[in-house]
Design a protein around this ligand. Structure first.
Ligand SMILES: C[S@@+](CC[C@H](N)C(=O)[O-])C[C@H]1O[C@@H](n2cnc3c(N)ncnc32)[C@H](O)[C@@H]1O
Length: 237
């Protein structure tokens, strides 16, 4: 759960399950309220949660949408999502290893959700392809709830504390490759897995969403501190 929502307060297994899922419900409910105020979505039968993790937002969407499919590249996340949601018959989860959504026809979903995901894709080209795909699978009058990292801090030279943290990250990486568990490394070294991120500038994101056939109807840019910014988008097709 900490790998999904990296709240420093919840570092290393300090998320309570109920609080974790409540955080997803609060996020989705807030966006849903804004969207319904704008008359969206036109229908709410079929939902997609792309990059669903353990189903934090999938569950929340299931309170508003008849059926929701959660897709994630990670089999261990999908396994956990299924275990967490055995009593939720309107939710389904599947491993998704493709670099597109070609398994789904144009306009397949009334509601699409993709929060805290695209910044973790391996390249700008992959992010741009998915921005197109998320709009393509959205039905006319549908609702895409999207979050993107729009700006990241410029990398600083590794001196002092930063150099020690990088050394620890590298040492942890070496010990992981020889089979030392992440929990052991976290408690002995304070190690965290490295997390690479890619930002898409807001103007470029809007251009890509629009050229895919989307209409950006609402945005919420946020300053996350330390030079990091993101933006929430509501988009219709
Ligand atoms: C930070 S988590 C966010 C999970 C969920 N959206 C949430 O907010 O609770 C990012 C998730 O995206 C998934 N992911 C990363 N790249 C992906 C890809 N190419 N296709 C599908 N899922 C991906 C990861 O496995 C991880 O579960």
């Amino acid at each position: 759960m900490w790998a999904i929502v990296t709240d420093p307060e919840r570092d290393h297994s300090r998320w309570e399950v109920d609080q974790f899922f409540a955080s997803g419900q609060a996020t989705v409910d807030d966006l849903w309220q804004v969207a319904t105020g704008l008359g969206l979505p036109a229908r709410s039968q079929r939902g997609l949660d792309f990059g669903c993790g353990v189903g934090r937002l999938t569950r929340a969407l299931g309170a508003h949408v008849d059926t929701v499919l959660g897709l994630d590249i990670s089999r261990s996340m999908v396994d956990r999502a299924r275990r967490f949601h055995e009593g939720y018959p309107n939710l389904a989860f599947a491993v998704h290893e493709r670099d597109d959504l070609a398994d789904f026809a144009d306009g397949s979903f009334d509601v699409v959700c993709c929060l805290l995901v695209l910044q973790h894709l391996p390249s700008m080209a992959a992010i741009e392809r998915y921005l197109h795909e998320l709009v393509r699978v959205l039905a006319p009058g549908g609702l895409l709830m999207l979050q993107l990292t729009t700006s990241l801090p410029v990398a600083q030279p590794a001196t002092g504390l930063r150099a020690r943290v990088r050394l620890r990250t590298r040492l942890g990486g070496v010990l992981r490759t020889v089979g030392v568990g992440p929990g052991v490394l976290a408690s002995l070294l304070g190690w965290r897995p490295p997390m690479t991120m890619t930002a898409v500038a807001d103007e470029r994101a809007r251009m890509l969403l629009t050229s895919a056939g989307g209409h950006v109807v609402w945005t919420c840019p946020r300053d996350l501190g330390h030079g990091e910014q993101d933006c929430l988008y509501l988009v219709t097709a």
